[in-house]
Write a protein that binds this ligand. Structure first.
Ligand code: F6R
Length: 240
């Protein structure tokens, strides 16, 4: 696990966007795994800027997002699909046919979980998976548990996640359930880049990097992956 401690979120976003953009320049058909939440937003801004300057095109890229809330369709402004449209996809030349999401639509969610890992492998596997980390050590919505998951599944969100994310909900109570890629799906990505900023992440970051590998801190599993870069600001790195 390579750990890079940077001055601030802006400096992190310059490096992480370069990693993603260089991958797409090297292979325009790259497969990228995306995260939502606050952590990747600056990185997405740098990717949009690069697209606007004509430095990169995302039109042949295939994407897989980590997770989605149960009960929210693509049209719901609280959904992660909507978030990706607002923060990246709608501002670059992404081909929506190549965008993959677990379906928050209750009628489709079970099938989408069953098929997602297979879709990832049919696309050739994920070249780079972008991650954030929850204050409880979750990655995707793999909450602290007794064992590591493999494929996508429906998860009951913990009270810690509900209290961290409720503030983003507009006109609606945050769902208590979500669909998430499993730990196995995340670990099969060829390269993983994780971003954590702010003091609130310091404890989870410490456990991820220095703690024992345990499903009680799901992110600690990344110690077993051979190509992980963790980008931290000084606050999130303060216990290291
Ligand atoms: C989001 C996701 C989550 C977030 C994590 C951190 O798709 O999978 O694991 O990365 O909850 O969220 P932020 O970045 O908002 O602190």
């Amino acid at each position: 696990m390579e750990v890079r401690i940077m001055e601030n979120a802006f400096e992190i976003s310059k490096e992480v966007s370069s990693i993603l953009i260089n991958k797409v320049k090297e292979n325009p058909h790259a497969v990228l795994g995306f995260a939502t939440g606050a952590s990747p937003v600056e990185t997405y801004k740098r990717m949009i800027e690069a697209f606007e300057k004509g430095e990169v095109s995302f039109k042949n890229v295939t994407t897989f997002n980590l997770d989605e809330y149960c009960g929210l369709t693509h049209e719901d402004e609280n959904s992660y699909y909507w978030f990706m449209k607002e923060n990246l996809f709608g501002k670059v030349d992404i081909d929506y046919e190549k965008v993959n999401f677990l379906s928050g639509d209750e009628a489709k969610s079970e099938k989408s979980c069953r098929e997602y890992s297979e879709k990832i492998s049919q696309a050739g596997g994920i070249d780079i998976q972008l991650l954030g980390i929850g204050t409880n050590g979750h990655i995707g919505f793999n909450e602290p548990a007794d064992s590591f998951s493999d494929g996508p599944f429906k998860v009951r969100l913990t009270s810690s996640t509900i209290s961290s994310n409720s503030k983003y909900f507009v006109n609606k109570k945050m769902p208590e359930y979500a669909l998430t890629m499993g730990i196995g799906d995340i670990m099969r990505a060829r390269r993983i880049v994780l971003i954590a900023t702010g003091e609130g992440k310091a404890d989870a970051v410490f456990k991820m990097i220095k703690g024992e590998v345990s499903p009680s801190c799901p992110a600690s599993v990344l110690q077993n992956h051979n190509d992980v870069i963790v980008y931290l600001d000084k606050e999130s790195a303060k216990l290291l």
